[in-house]
Design a protein around this ligand. Structure first.
Ligand code: KIV
Length: 315
């Protein structure tokens, strides 16, 4: 949080990505991304729902826990799902607390502006940092009449600016600006002391967030203007799986090199294969079967991907 604030002051841009599981969290964490968001977008990209409304608090806590296990450095934010914070202050506080206490997140994100100012104030007072989210707020998809850019006219632009200011005054430490014109995002960013994180909000925010599956091109049919694809993993994954299936069908996999023989000597490990690098199920391979892979020997101190998020955190 303090790092993000300082980055804004120093004019350094903040990188944010969504993550939903330990493997992605570990990879993204290793790149130096500042913030991992367990977004309720998990409803769409992980669960295959048409929107984020069906996501439950239990879903968010479950995915936060997985991400917290994978990441040891990045700041971890849990997204509060629809109806987990709208039905009363006390219940909202308890639910937000669970995302930190049980999920291992370090902050929560809430959609909506001034109407949540009291909640944001209360959460901040009791030690739960809040990231706001204004503009296109996907949990209001039905009120908005679809996933539409917000704040195109003067009145709605002013309402979004007022919402952002209200959140900052209530104690939010940063705000996501989603689906608004670039000019409005620029104005809000200049007006606020806290960092703004844009998605579909042009280049003038203090930072940027994308859904990791969109950045990687995991869905051929999803091509909104605000996404830049850095990969075409949909194609690459299908190609890899087709090669695997061809090999299995043709009897080329598993081959001799993938096969353990009963009378083979056991090198550097125990007979059950849980030992050193020479064993047929060496430490890394065991990780994919039962646990989390051990860090490579060259991993710098303090960056162990198997470390606990809470204890290894640098912020
Ligand atoms: O749920 C989500 O992933 C989000 C980001 C896209 C901001 O809210």
């Amino acid at each position: 949080m303090h790092t993000l604030q300082k980055m804004k002051q120093d004019g350094q841009r903040i990188t944010v990505l969504t993550a939903y599981d330990a493997t992605f969290a570990r990879l993204l964490d290793q790149t130096g991304i500042e913030v991992l968001l367990v977004g309720d977008s998990l409803g769409m990209v992980v669960q295959g729902q048409p929107n984020t409304l069906p996501v439950t608090l239990e879903d968010v806590i479950y995915h936060c826990r997985a991400v917290a296990r994978g990441a040891s450095r990045a700041h971890l934010v849990g997204d509060m799902p629809f109806l987990s914070y709208q039905a009363g202050l006390d219940q909202a506080v308890l639910n937000c607390g669970r995302v930190l206490k049980e999920g291992g997140a370090e902050a929560v994100k809430l959609e909506g502006g001034a109407r949540h100012a009291d909640l944001v104030r209360r959460l901040t007072q009791i030690g739960i940092p809040v990231m706001g989210h204004v503009g296109l707020t996907p949990q209001s998809v039905h009120t908005m009449g679809g996933f539409k850019v917000q704040g195109r006219d003067e009145a709605t632009a002013k309402a979004i600016l007022d919402d952002a200011v209200a959140l900052e005054q209530a104690g939010a430490y940063s705000i996501v600006l989603e689906g608004i014109p670039g000019e409005l995002a620029q104005e809000i960013t200049a007006r606020l002391r806290i960092p703004t994180i844009g998605i579909g909000a042009g280049p003038c925010c203090d930072g940027q967030v994308l859904v990791i599956y969109d950045l990687l091109g995991m869905d051929d049919s999803f091509r909104p203007r605000f996404v830049k694809r850095y990969e075409n993993l949909a194609l690459r994954i299908r190609t890899a799986v087709e090669s695997y299936a061809k090999d299995v069908r043709a009897g080329r996999f598993p081959g001799e090199e993938h096969t353990v023989h009963s009378r083979e000597p056991v090198a550097n490990g125990t007979a059950d294969g849980t030992g050193g690098g020479g064993a047929p199920y060496g430490s890394v391979e065991m990780g994919t079967l039962g646990g989390f892979p051990s860090p490579p020997a060259t991993e710098p101190a303090g960056q162990s991907p198997s470390g606990s998020h809470a204890t290894n955190h640098a912020r």
